[in-house]
Ligand binder design. Structure first.
Ligand SMILES: Nc1ncnc2c1ncn2[C@@H]1O[C@H](COP(=O)(O)OP(=O)(O)OP(=O)(O)O)[C@@H](O)[C@H]1O
Length: 636
């Protein structure tokens, strides 16, 4: 299969590829800027041989030491690394040395890390940190065990499996699109498969190296104009023609991916990039079910709509495409008559409080539950304890929240909103008990507790951390929001010293998962709050002005603050430039000696633009003045 071609980035001058004479080149739909004159682009290349032998293994990257090389791409080397203190493995991607001298490629590398860290989703690889080592940027991300879809799919796959994988790809893309990010390079090599629940695959989308944010404050496009980026087999017509891309460009690539996985061939191929690009612009794809009989025609129709030449003829959103894909297998699978679904409820303690909520519930597969609610569900990946109220009696068990279905998704998929839980106990005895109680058969003896039981010695500390983990990094470390760096480090150390001894206790699976999660959250909190630049950006997101002032007092330079501010504003194009107005009205109030109103106006300016140095200075000075006015004068 011809899908492993690396991304090409040809630089085009206008020329026509349809071989028909035109009075106006620009009017031809096949116009490809400079397809005939590909000059060597400023593009990722494999490192020169001198660099290939360099020793990155054994080196320190922040709190991690690299253990072995996982692979090399055009932009960087990916290493498996371990935390020096806690048992945590990560992948570190280091930009190739020869590319670290190209500002444009450095910017693209950083943009990749930022795009991935913005899109926090279970189907997108998680980025933990971004830093520089010896002048070379690197980012630290979740280590994935498994293989890429390119390695996994060596021939056509079964339709049900293809739909299951594409549905997760759609979820990942939907999350990216919700942040205004278009991936633009979806292909099997960028879809990683990790082991998921029940022996299924969990998709993790990788490589946002050429992802594009649709809106930027400064109005600049993040990639150079006149440059086509992507992998020819997967590029939508608008991408081939160098026109504007949007979320639907990625949905076209999902269509290509589905086509390839089902039939074993991409819809369009050719002997060079230009031929393939012209085919995307001009040729109709052969319906997949004609290429390979056995593919449901309904599924074939969904892929053909995703592959429509005009974006507005495709599905409008990733959620819509996902729903359409899933409908094709549900229809094919639906047995007649349907077995009646048994209704029951699940009582779940409300996250971060002492209350309990009862949800209508249904079983999904052997070890999953879906709990219906229109209200905010418990956080993704949080451990929940459940009391299932089944027709035959009650069953106490543990689970982890693995999916949220928002009201919008629920409408698109024609289901109820709510959240999915993966049960922790997958043993045969638990399954039997569940089935018996579900069928209304009472238990002969009192419901046995899940084994092994919670360890009572660990509970007080875990209860405390359960509460802390629902808060921000400051809450996790148990420190005030204006804590100084020494306090941050001391509390992180103390948290670790208290949590680590629990590992040697005979904990229940739920407790063990919680200890691991707490240790990893503590490490994350330290990574962010223990570093001035990262902390100030985090404080800006929290609108924690005391934290921002603390960073300035600790030596954060004005230049760095301004760089952080620009990044903050780029992440929040929606907030506009109202800060100047509030600042001016603060000055006016101050001139009129209406100091409390002046303070409120400065605070309003900082709510919009929390890293605005001048607003911070005026707000801080006025607050100090008002506080000293308010404090009683002491006479000796
Ligand atoms: N988080 C991760 N965990 C495990 N392996 C990873 C991870 N990220 C990347 N890899 C593996 O490392 C190798 C190189 O990845 P990389 O993303 O650099 O490759 P690429 O797709 O060729 O990238 P590029 O777009 O930079 O050319 C691949 O084999 C990839 O599967």
């Amino acid at each position: 299969m011809a899908w492993e071609k690396s991304a090409v980035e040809p630089t085009f001058r206008p020329s026509c590829a349809c071989l028909t004479p035109h009075p106006e080149l620009a009017e031809c739909p096949t116009v490809l800027r400079g397809a005939s004159e590909l000059r060597p682009p400023l593009s990722p290349t494999l490192p020169p041989s001198s660099e290939r032998g360099e020793k990155l293994v054994g080196q320190r990257f922040g709190s991690f030491v690299s253990r072995r090389e996982l692979g090399r791409g055009g932009m960087g080397t990916v290493l498996l690394a371990e935390h020096v203190l806690i048992p945590k493995r990560v992948a570190v991607k280091v930009l190739h040395r020869h590319l670290a001298e190209e500002p444009e490629l450095v910017a693209r590398f950083l943009a990749e890390a930022r795009a991935m860290s913005l899109v926090q989703h279970e189907n997108v690889v998680t980025v933990y940190d971004l830093d520089t080592r010896e002048g070379r940027p690197y980012f630290v991300m979740e280590y994935l065990e498994g293989q890429s879809l390119a390695a996994f799919a060596r021939g056509p796959l079964e339709p049900a499996l293809v739909v299951e994988l594409l549905a997760q790809v759609c979820d990942a893309l939907g999350a990216a699109h919700a942040h205004g990010i278009v991936h633009r390079d979806l292909k099997p090599a960028n879809v990683f498969l990790t082991p998921g629940p029940n022996g299924r695959h969990r998709v993790k989308l990788l490589d946002f190296g050429i992802a594009k944010r649709l809106v930027r404050l400064d109005g600049e496009t993040p990639t150079r104009t006149g440059v086509l980026m992507g992998t020819p087999e997967f590029m939508a017509p608008e991408q081939c023609g160098g026109k504007d891309v949007d979320a639907r460009t990625d949905l076209y690539a999902v269509g290509v991916l589905g086509y390839l996985l089902l039939t074993g061939t991409a819809p369009f191929s050719g002997s060079n990039a230009a031929e393939i690009l012209v085919a995307h612009l001009q040729q109709a794809p052969r319906p997949p079910h004609e290429v390979r009989p056995g593919i449901p025609p309904a599924l074939s129709a969904v892929l053909l709509r995703a592959l429509a030449k005009r974006p507005d003829a495709r599905y409008a959103t990733a959620a819509e495409l996902r729903a359409a894909l899933e409908a094709t297998v549900t229809r094919a699978r639906t047995p007649a008559p349907l077995p009646p679904t048994v209704g029951f409820t699940a009582r779940v303690p409300v996250h971060g409080s002492l209350g309990v909520r009862e949800y209508p519930c249904e079983r999904v597969g052997r070890t999953g539950l879906f709990l219906r609610t229109g209200e905010e569900p418990p956080p993704l990946r949080s451990d929940v304890s459940l009391l299932l109220r089944l027709p035959g009696g009650e069953l106490q068990c543990m689970g982890q929240v693995v999916r949220h279905v928002t009201a919008e998704q629920a409408r698109a998929w024609n289901m109820a909103p709510g959240f999915g839980v993966e049960l922790s106990d997958t043993s045969a005895s638990f399954q039997q008990l569940f089935a018996r109680l579900l069928s209304g058969e009472p238990t002969p003896e009192p419901t046995p507790p899940p084994a092994p039981q919670d360890d009572a010695r660990a509970e007080p500390l875990l209860r405390e951390f359960r509460q802390r983990l629902s808060g921000d990094h400051y809450a996790v470390l148990g420190i005030p929001r204006d804590a100084d760096a020494d306090k941050v480090r001391a509390h992180a150390r103390e948290c670790r010293n208290r949590l680590e001894p629990l590992i040697s206790l005979p904990l229940s699976p739920g407790q063990r998962a919680l200890v691991q999660r707490a240790l990893s959250k503590v490490a994350q909190a330290l990574l962010v709050l223990g570093h001035l630049e990262r902390r100030v950006e985090y404080d800006a997101e929290l609108r924690n002005l005391d934290g921002v002032m603390r960073c300035l007092a600790a030596g954060l330079t004005v230049t760095t603050l301004e760089a952080c501010r620009q990044r903050f504003l780029a992440r929040h194009p929606e907030i506009g430039g109202h800060s100047a107005l509030h600042l001016a009205s603060g000055d006016a109030f101050r001139a009129a000696n209406r100091l409390n109103e002046a303070l409120a106006s400065y605070e309003a300016a900082l709510r919009v633009d929390p890293l605005h140095l001048e607003a911070l200075r005026r707000w801080h000075a006025l607050r100090v003045r008002l506080r000293s006015n308010a404090s009683p004068v002491t006479h000796r």
